[in-house]
Design a binder for this molecule. Structure first.
Ligand code: ADP
Ligand code: MG
Length: 400
């Protein structure tokens, strides 16, 4: 294991001419679905007045575009080198080696969005990126952080407010650029409990709002929506048990990228016009995780199971209403899904084993739960925006 990491590090350094003169890899710090991330020393650190000029630097020769890498070359041509970010970067950088199996358009998307978001508070900026044939590396300032599993159980309510304030600050700037992150979860929000600062990373699944949208039934007016629904329901109302064997209903396709357990209900219901509100739901799931002291809180194998988990909390009635918003019918005979579900307060009391008589939430916790309810609102149009969240009393608690 240790030696295979060493071998990968050697290989990476050999992939790019001049890499060893720029960076010294220290260790592997992350291995995700789409990349391997290393901590490295930026060797320019010792020579800041002599700041690196990529135009003149002969070690920075982008290879000629070939075939499908043409797209990639366009990125690299427009990708620059962010002097501003570079100047602020200290000794360490994070080298994100993006897997060669990622499509060029996908990599292009991530780098472009990061470039658009430069200067946003609480968003990890991009220093530069380079490519050698199919291998792309992004260089980011290294951000010291702790493992979520090591600190979330110890967080007090004010700690939670400060953590979330930082996360929602990042979301507010990302959303104001019309960008959805799509993968909000603890490993993509790097947080340092000592300095109480955090940065949002990983724009690998991010997209521009409205980019992937097809007109969606959810955004029809209620009369139209009902008519469409009735027609769809008639087509499938033959009696059946369990999954229909021959489902005659039109199939639905929507972007479902993201991480299990953090997907918003409208994503699970395959709404095609997804908005920045999907990130707010995921941030809510993080808060629920912290307050219930359980990680992962949701643990479903697929979307249907994920809906069942959500339904167990919210109950059939509210789930049915939420489904209708997206032109879906929600029906279940699962006995653990009650008709009106549970309050978030009772879920938290139960999962922290405080559901006995005379035990309850503190006033601070009640405020946090009230906020949580507005993030985990089934109807995206009623869910809090990041901007609104920042003026909520709970997040303002982080200011004193
Ligand atoms: P992936 O797309 O593979 O999930 P990420 O961008 O989320 O890649 O990075 C994976 C992990 O690498 C993160 O969870 C974090 O632990 C680490 N990491 C990423 N960027 C940085 C950074 N700028 N500073 C420190 N660690 C980082
Ligand atoms: Mg990640």
């Amino acid at each position: 294991e240790e030696s295979s990491i060493q071998r990968d590090m050697e290989k990476l350094q050999d992939t790019f001419p001049g890499f060893r003169q720029k960076y010294r890899l220290i260790k592997r710090i992350g291995e995700g679905t789409f990349s391997t991330v290393y901590k490295a020393i930026d060797l320019d650190y010792w020579d800041y007045d002599n700041s690196w000029d990529p135009e003149k630097d002969d070690t920075f020769v982008p290879p000629r575009p070939v075939g499908k890498y043409k797209t990639m070359q366009c990125v690299m041509d427009r990708l620059w080198f962010d002097e501003e970010v570079k100047r602020k970067t200290r000794k360490y950088v994070a080298v994100k080696k993006i897997y060669v199996t990622s499509s060029p358009t996908r990599i292009l998307n991530e780098l472009e969005l990061l470039h658009d978001l430069r200067g946003c508070e609480a968003v990890c900026p991009l220093i530069t990126a380079f490519r050698s044939t199919d291998q792309v590396c992004a260089i980011l300032p290294y951000f010291r952080h702790a493992d979520f599993r090591d600190y979330f159980r110890k967080m007090t309510v004010p700690d939670m407010a400060i953590y979330l304030r930082s996360l929602f600050t990042a979301l507010a700037s990302v959303h104001s650029h019309g960008i959805l992150h799509r993968d909000i979860k603890p490993t993509n929000f790097l947080y340092d409990p000592d300095s109480r600062r955090g940065v949002l990373v990983d724009f690998g699944l991010a997209e521009r709002e409205g980019y992937d949208c097809k007109p969606c039934i959810c955004h029809d007016d209620p009369v139209q929506r009902k008519a469409k629904l009735r027609a769809a329901h008639l087509a499938s109302s033959a009696p059946h048990n369990g999954y229909p064997r021959e489902d005659t209903r039109p199939s639905r396709r929507a972007n479902r990228a993201g991480t299990r357990g953090f997907r918003a209900p409208e994503v699970l219901f395959k709404c095609t016009e997804q908005t920045t509100k999907i990130d707010i739901w995921s941030a809510g799931v993080i808060l629920l995780t912290i307050m219930s002291r359980r990680f992962p809180f949701f643990n479903s194998a697929d979307d249907v199971e994920a809906l069942i988990e959500i339904a167990t909390i919210f109950g059939q009635k509210r789930m049915r209403a939420a489904a209708l918003l997206h032109g879906c019918m929600f029906e279940t005979t699962i006995p653990t899904i009650g008709s009106s579900g549970f309050s978030l307060e009772s879920i938290i009391l139960w999962s922290t084993q405080r559901d006995g008589p005379g035990k309850g939430l503190s006033d601070e916790e009640k405020l946090a739960v009230e906020f949580l309810g507005k993030c985990m609102e089934l109807d995206p149009s009623k869910r809090l925006s990041a901007e609104d969240a920042l003026s909520h009393e709970f997040l303002r608690m982080g200011l004193d």
